[in-house]
Design a protein around this ligand. Structure first.
Ligand SMILES: [Zn+2]
Ligand SMILES: [Zn+2]
Length: 346
């Protein structure tokens, strides 16, 4: 098969011909039809992820059809249209048995713990637990957007934040995660305030339903502005970027008993950001993480896509080829485009 491979961190990515993967007894091999470019892949290529063994094939949000299947897989067959969450569970650890596959103790993540989906084929373990059947109404390119940023935002807003109609929600950082979160919170009836450093991105945030936007570039008054708009602070706030500033502001702009949800990755020397613990105590704030979403939780989200409440396809900025991804991935550190890029030719 053809695959995009890097052999050193921050080194060149090349298209190589490598052996096709073979499914394990409980696994499948998927013929990849579409796969998204995510900043987590860029973090991996930068050398920020200790799970990666070189050489590596990136890619962890994708959709396709089952090409080969292990003998112990019961619920799927060859030809099924499927997608997966980026965190795949083992099905038998304490976390999985409690229904929390998204924090599985033995989790696998394509593109990180094994070769990912920037390739014609990708192997997945424990297929019965991790695969999600795609409704006919949802095409591969749209489905490829779901597996990482969209499900993480969905879980952050709907399950972790329990956002309800009328609440104020702040979204700090409007990349793929932030834009997804704006769309989902708006669909649930929340009043969304979007914060970013890019004016064009903020215009797009408004199109997706934000009631107000704040340009953070050179702005030292962000928390106060959010508190004014939300009449005293937001109910739920999300750091969708993952930086010390956005994390701090996302906690500091909460109203009493509000919830901060960390979705943006904190890596390298951002691992231990400054946190306003005085406010957390005095105002009984909650600080919560959101890390993917279990495969069995997909149906309610897929239903909202099918019935037109959510439009993940609006987040697509561009589709590119596997070859073009070899330049596009290293450039993801630059934040120079709004929306998501998807590889749809291999
Ligand atoms: Zn597990
Ligand atoms: Zn991702």
């Amino acid at each position: 098969m053809k695959a995009a491979i890097y052999e050193t961190y921050q080194g060149s990515i090349t298209i190589q011909n490598v052996e096709d993967p073979i499914p394990k007894e409980h696994g499948v091999v998927i013929s990849v039809k579409a796969t998204g470019l995510c900043r987590s892949d860029w973090h991996g290529w930068m050398g920020h992820d200790t799970d990666i063994e070189l050489p590596n094939v990136p890619g962890h949000e994708f959709a396709g059809t089952i090409e080969a299947i292990g003998k112990n897989v019961k619920n799927f067959q060859i030809g099924d249209r499927v997608t997966v969450p980026f965190v795949c569970g083992c099905g038998s650890c304490r976390q999985c048995l409690s229904g929390n596959h998204q924090v599985c103790d033995r989790q696998s993540q394509p593109g990180f713990t094994h070769w990912g989906s920037f390739a014609e084929y990708v192997a997945l373990d424990y297929a019965d637990i991790n695969l999600v059947k795609l409704p006919e109404e949802i095409n591969y390119i749209t489905a490829a957007l779901l597996g990482c940023r969209f499900i993480t935002s969905y879980r952050a807003i709907a399950n972790q934040g329990k956002v309800s109609g009328g609440q104020y929600v702040a979204i700090h950082g409007c990349g793929g995660v932030g834009l997804s979160a704006i769309m989902i919170a708006h669909a649930l009836g929340a009043q969304v305030i979007a914060i970013d450093i890019n004016g064009e991105t903020l215009d797009f945030a408004k199109e997706l339903g934000a009631i107000a936007t704040i340009n953070a570039r050179g702005n030292t008054n962000i928390v106060e502005q959010i508190k004014t708009i939300s009449h005293g602070g937001v109910h739920v706030s999300i750091d969708a970027l993952g930086s010390p500033n956005t994390c701090y502001n996302s906690i500091a702009n909460l109203r009493k008993r509000g919830k901060h949800i960390q979705v943006g990755l904190m890596t390298g020397n951002h691992k231990n950001p400054k946190v306003p613990m005085d406010l957390i105590l005095a105002n009984e704030l909650e600080v919560i993480g959101s890390h993917g979403m279990q495969a069995y939780k997909y149906p309610e989200m897929l239903e909202m896509i099918k019935n037109g409440k959510l439009h993940p396809e609006k987040l697509i900025d561009k589709t590119i080829s596997l070859k073009e991804s070899t330049d596009a991935l290293p450039n993801m550190g630059n934040f120079d485009h709004k929306g998501v890029w998807v590889i749809d030719s291999f």
